[in-house]
Design a protein around this ligand. Structure first.
Ligand SMILES: [Zn+2]
Length: 173
C-alpha cells in the first residue's frame, strides 16, 4: 500500500454488506449508480476537460475489470470457459447481457456486444457512445485472461441510437 495515497482501491473497500446492510442488502436502485457515474463525469470534465474525463473513466474501468477478474471470475481454462463464465457473472450481477460476435484469438480481434448495459441502456440519444468505463472494464478482463494488452473501443451504443453496445477489442503489441 502506497502511504502517500488516501484512496487506493482494494476489494475490501466494497465492505461487508451482510454486516453493514442487514435490512437493505446488497441492492440499490440503478438510478443511484447512474447518478453517481454521470455526476462524476460532469465534474471531472468541467474541471479537467473531456480527454481527462475519458481517460479517468477508461482507467477506472480497467482497475475495476482487473479486480473483478481476480475476485469474481474464478478459474478459467480456455476462451470458451472465459466467455461462458463472464456471460454468467455479468448477467447474475445485473451488469449486462454479453454476446461474442467475433472471436479471432489468433489475430487478437474480438467483437462483443452488451445488451441492457448498466451504464447506458435507455439513455437519450446523444450522438456519441458513453461506455468508456465499460471499454476499460472489458480491456482489463481480456488482459487478465490472456496476459496480452488489449485496446477496446465502443463502436455502437444505446446513446448512438443502437439497442446494444458493441465493442471492438484488439491486442496491442
Ligand atoms: Zn453504450
Amino acid at each position: 500500500m502506497d502511504s502517500n495515497r488516501k484512496y487506493q482501491f482494494s476489494w475490501e473497500l466494497l465492505g461487508d454488506l451482510e454486516l453493514g446492510r442487514p435490512n437493505l442488502g446488497n441492492h440499490t436502485r440503478l438510478e443511484v449508480y447512474r447518478l453517481m457515474q454521470f455526476t462524476f463525469r460532469d465534474v471531472i470534465e468541467h474541471k479537467f476537460g473531456t480527454e481527462v474525463a475519458d481517460t479517468v473513466f477508461y482507467e477506472a474501468g480497467k482497475l475495476a475489470g482487473s479486480a473483478f477478474y481476480q475476485h469474481v471470475m474464478g478459474q478459467v481454462n480456455d476462451l470458451h470457459d472465459f466467455v461462458r463464465q463472464l456471460q454468467r457473472t455479468l448477467r447474475e450481477m445485473g451488469i449486462g447481457i454479453l454476446r461474442v460476435e467475433k472471436a479471432d484469438a489468433e489475430r487478437g480481434e474480438f467483437v462483443l456486444t452488451v445488451s441492457e448495459d448498466l451504464d447506458c441502456s435507455g439513455l437519450p440519444e446523444l450522438g456519441h457512445g458513453v461506455c468508456t468505463y465499460d471499454e476499460g472494464f472489458i480491456a482489463a478482463l481480456m488482459e487478465s485472461f490472456s496476459g496480452q494488452k488489449f485496446e477496446v473501443k465502443e463502436v455502437d451504443c444505446w446513446c448512438t441510437g443502437d439497442r446494444t453496445c458493441r465493442f471492438t477489442a484488439h491486442t496491442l503489441d
